[in-house]
Ligand binder design. Structure first.
Ligand code: ATP
Ligand code: PRP
Length: 222
């Protein structure tokens, strides 16, 4: 009889909301049903129909941290979040699959009526509020535009309306949030979608368990 402790089930980190919702069909394609809705149960560890797979529910921007440190073997995070994480943890995560979910774009937006092209032409120093400081810094550096970046954690759309910033860098999907706040997108930075991320050690030590999931996600997201 083996005296080894049973291995912990594979652990996948997800955020509530759109990523959780859009991951359910991918899990279903891998034959996995989920036992609870995290919006209702408030549970942070969720069992699945596969006894060797459980989900943990964390903030979107914390998903890469759980996976990188091995508290989760795999997870799903937006490219926006992964760019910011990689700035302080380069190369820490394996990113095998673009799942094509939670699609949006990262864009520069300003108040309706603010002449952004003229400000750029004149070499004005712009104040830009954003949660995405790494992506924003790289974007403006590549354009040769001087910016003072102001880090925010949400509700970026408010910043130009109350004089905190001239512009914001935020994700845009339908454009409804910009329109509701009398802002306009003036520049696209990049398309965004969510990626599967895998812990580098788990990739080696739990490859046999991970591979069927990776394969199912890959074909379901094409
Ligand atoms: P946190 O809770 O850590 O602040 P968040 O509020 O950005 O993160 P979500 O709103 O659940 O978390 O977004 C998760 C991911 O979905 C984002 O990282 C982004 O890649 C993508 N996303 C954000 N907004 C939209 C949107 N309106 N439409 C489609 N995808 C979006
Ligand atoms: C995100 C983002 C934008 C909005 C853009 O907010 O922060 O405000 O989506 O989407 P739209 O172009 O379709 O309006 P979200 O809905 O995630 O709210 P939250 O940031 O408060 O979680």
């Amino acid at each position: 009889m083996s005296t080894q402790a049973p291995a912990r089930p594979l652990t996948m980190a997800l955020s509530k909301g759109r990523i959780f919702e859009e991951t359910l069909p991918l899990l279903a394609a891998a034959g996995v049903q989920v036992s609870e809705d995290p919006e209702k149960s408030r549970k942070l560890i969720i069992e699945t129909s596969n006894p060797n797979l459980r989900l943990i529910i964390v903030r979107a921007s914390d998903v890469p941290t759980y996976v990188e440190y091995g508290a989760a073997d795999l997870g799903i995070a937006g490219k926006d979040v992964l760019i910011e994480h990689a700035a302080s943890h380069p190369g820490g995560l394996y990113q095998p699959i673009d799942l094509n979910i939670a699609r949006c774009r990262l864009a520069v937006a300003v108040r309706n009526g603010f002449d952004y092209p003229a400000a750029v032409r004149q070499g004005a120093r712009l104040r830009v509020a954003t949660k995405y400081v790494t992506a924003a810094r790289e974007h403006f550096a590549a354009k040769g535009v001087y910016v003072d970046l102001i880090k925010l954690y949400g509700s970026m759309e408010l910043a130009p309306l109350v004089g905190l910033a001239d512009a914001i860098v935020d994700v845009v999907s339908t454009g409804n949030t910009l329109r509701a706040n009398d802002l306009v997108a003036v520049e696209d930075i990049m398309p965004i979608s969510s990626r599967l991320i895998v812990n580098r050690a788990a990739l080696k030590t739990r490859q046999a368990e991970l591979q069927p999931l990776l394969d199912a996600f890959e074909s379901a997201s094409r």
